[in-house]
Design a protein around this ligand. Structure first.
Ligand SMILES: [Zn+2]
Length: 421
């Protein structure tokens, strides 16, 4: 039977877990010292392993050899928990079972000892969806929990869990998984599946998941279904509707050359190739964000998800712009993306947005010149020399206008927002 990759390779032990070392270490200690809490809250972005860890915890506690940090994997408990069929490990999707009646049933169930295993583990997914009456019912159980009961509340929105509940639980926040960890995991899975994949296509798939292992693995499934046993970056990009970096690089080239006509040609080419312009603008914003981060923190920063080759390119390109330029381009790209959400004239708005960027590039040197005339602006850090022969080039010593300096902070705030979201 065909099984999707995310399920087939779902980690069954802490050793197989991708990322979340802090969660793993604390839980392993708790198990080793037999200090098991009755309530846990696992919070974090989707696809970061909350339910997976809840199941691993259940296995550690209920394995015939347990409680142990290394469940055997062959006893009935281990096998049933992996298959989701254990009587004593109950998974509840709170999105569809959120009411008081379900919670009353649960309270009934809690009173009885486990059928076979050491603990009864209740894994409640999307726990923030539970109604307040139902939370009250749950609270009564958490106040005086039978010794055999363990609740694991998994949620993407921990702030919606009432304080009365969370104060009786141990809280673990799951981080979005590092780009390199996702790539390494996919490399290993491809080996197991006999799939050849170049580094760039794995990078593209990892980026598509945006910190969610599950989303990256779904994309990998899709790529294998479509491209077969050999994944190539170009095909994977096309499949996911992503843009080759070349198109994005063309935008920065047009900006560096202050070339409005080239911008229009880029939009025309995108339309001709049938690309979605809204996706393009989102990718463009992400691209400027990466250039800005490369400028501020260096292209090898962990804040950027990219292959070695892409990083080199980002470093080269960001060197041709100042931090202020890049922050402003990012702001304009985000504005454009926002405009497109409401637009009925997508192409015209895209053209206008890109022309505005060229315009902004032209204005910045003028502002700087004006500031120099006024003489009021404090000296700013040196602006890097633009590529030789470009119209936007200004003398390296030209100080910045106070105006462009002031525009910088909100744009940077947005940059960080994008990085996290
Ligand atoms: Zn076992």
């Amino acid at each position: 039977m065909y099984q999707v990759i995310a399920r087939k390779y779902r980690p069954q032990t802490f050793a197989e877990l991708v990322g979340q070392e802090h969660v793993r270490a604390t839980l392993e200690n708790a198990i080793a010292q037999r200090r098991i809490a009755h309530g846990y809250i696992f919070s974090g972005q989707r696809g970061t392993g909350k339910t997976t860890v809840a199941r691993i915890l259940a296995r550690c506690l209920n394995c015939v050899q347990g409680p142990t940090t290394a469940p055997c994997g062959v006893c009935a408990s281990c096998k049933e928990i992996a298959a989701g069929s254990s009587v004593d490990v109950i998974e509840i999707d709170a999105a569809s079972n959120r009411g008081i009646n379900e919670m009353r049933e649960l309270r009934e169930n809690v009173r009885y000892r486990p059928a076979r295993d050491r603990y009864k583990v209740f894994i409640i997914d999307e726990a923030h969806q539970i109604t307040s009456e139902a939370f009250n019912a749950l609270l009564k159980t958490l106040e005086e929990p039978p010794e055999w009961v363990i609740f694991v509340l998994c949620t993407t929105e921990a702030h919606k869990i009432p304080a009365t509940i969370s104060s009786r639980c141990q809280h673990f926040s799951f981080r979005s998984v590092e780009f390199e960890d996702v790539v390494r995991r996919m490399e290993w899975i491809c080996q197991q599946e006999g799939v050849r994949a170049d580094a760039e296509s794995l990078a593209v798939l990892a980026q598509a998941g945006d910190g969610s292992v599950r989303d990256s693995l779904s994309a990998l499934d899709q790529a294998i279904a479509c491209c077969g046993q050999e994944l190539k970056a170009e095909e994977v990009r096309a499949l996911l509707g992503l843009f080759s970096l070349e198109i994005l690089h063309q935008v920065t080239e047009a900006l560096a050359a202050s070339d409005s006509r080239k911008m229009l040609e880029i939009v025309a080419a995108l339309e001709r190739e049938g690309y979605n312009l809204q996706h393009f603008c989102r990718e463009l914003a992400r691209y400027f964000r990466n250039l800005l981060v490369a400028k501020i923190a260096g292209a090898d920063s962990r804040l950027i998800a990219a292959t070695g080759q892409e990083r080199k390119r980002l470093a080269e390109i960001s060197a041709g712009f100042s931090e202020q330029d890049l922050a402003r381009y990012l702001q304009l790209a985000l504005d454009l993306y926002g405009d497109l959400q409401r637009s009925t004239q997508i192409r015209l708005h895209t053209e206008l947005g890109l022309l505005r960027m060229v315009e902004a590039g032209r204005l910045m040197p003028i502002e700087e010149a004006l500031a120099q005339l006024g003489g009021g602006a404090p000296p700013a850090p040196e602006r890097p020399k633009a590529k030789a022969g470009l119209k936007t080039g200004v003398p390296a010593a030209a100080p910045h206008a106070s105006g462009s300096g002031a525009a910088q902070s909100p744009a940077q705030g947005t940059a960080q927002g994008t990085a996290q979201g």
